[in-house]
Write a protein that binds this ligand. Structure first.
Ligand code: 3PY
Ligand code: MG
Length: 263
């Protein structure tokens, strides 16, 4: 278990962290991803199936599996960001942040005064991080990260403003939405060269502004590219694909013995 080891310290040290991505509301799968060696696991409450109760169980399972705990909130749900921080999320990712105002409102929900207006009661977070309540209180603002997703043309245009929000820890790029937005809806091209160029520029600006840069990736080649571009928090692998791919592989084995009954 990562007692007294904080994701924030790891990312600020400049060492890249790869996070598994969990959308199935099965806390034990999130725990298995942690036990499988992902250094962090992200619970996706934007596009995933998690509700609050299953997210809480998943955060505990990830801690039990020895990994760092990250959660993505639905668009604009800053109250949930505070609740998930209370439940032990070390890093909150907010989608579709398009302005300084969006970024500031989100980041302030994750930080206690004077940096923000997070409300008090982090008992579960203290337990999962292996700290006393007082230790947690003293370190909470530096140890609980807020990452604003950059995934629209509007966000690119407002990037300098967003990066100037003092209480915001960094950005997290969503290449799928970004490619849709930059092409005015003409194409989904998260892995394309044009999208990669924009992603690299976002990482460079974030690092120059003293902020953390993260990105959503699905395969090892994109993870390698992201590391070269200067990203420090990089996703790889979604649980629904792990399960789907395993089902496919297992069924193919028996197809060789008895031809599939469905064509
Ligand atoms: C994107 O690529 O737009 C994402 O939000 C990844 O989930
Ligand atoms: Mg997105």
């Amino acid at each position: 278990m990562n007692e007294q080891s904080f994701l924030a310290d790891r990312l600020r040290s400049g060492t890249p962290v790869v996070t598994g991505w969990s959308v199935l509301c099965v806390p034990m799968i999130a725990e298995m991803m942690a036990r499988g060696g992902y250094e962090a696991v992200t619970i996706d409450m934007q596009h995933g199936m998690y509700d609050f109760a299953s997210a809480c169980d998943a955060l505990a399972g990830i801690a039990l599996g020895g990994a760092h705990r990250i959660a993505r909130i639905p668009i604009g749900d800053n109250a949930l960001a505070g609740r998930l921080a209370d439940m032990g999320a070390e890093c909150l990712i907010a989608p579709m942040i398009n302005s300084r105002e969006d970024a500031s409102a989100f980041a302030r929900a994750v930080k206690y005064p004077p940096e923000g207006d997070r409300s008090w009661s982090p008992f579960r977070a203290a337990m999962l991080s292996g700290q006393s309540i007082e230790q947690y209180r003293k370190g909470a603002n530096s140890q609980t990260l807020s990452l604003a997703m950059i995934e629209t043309r509007e966000a690119i245009d407002a990037l300098e403003d967003i990066l100037s929000v003092p209480e915001l820890d960094g950005v997290f790029v969503g290449p799928s939405d970004l490619s849709i937005s930059l092409s005015d809806g003409a194409q989904l091209d998260p892995d394309g060269a044009a999208t990669a160029k924009v992603c690299a520029a976002i990482a460079e600006k974030a690092v120059k502004a003293g902020k953390l840069a993260g990105i959503f990736c699905l395969n090892a080649d994109k993870v390698r590219e992201a590391v070269q571009q200067g990203f420090c928090l990089i996703s790889h692998g979604i649980d629904r694909s792990f399960v789907g791919d395993s089902i496919d592989r297992a069924r193919r084995e028996v197809d060789e013995i008895i031809p599939a009954r469905r064509s």
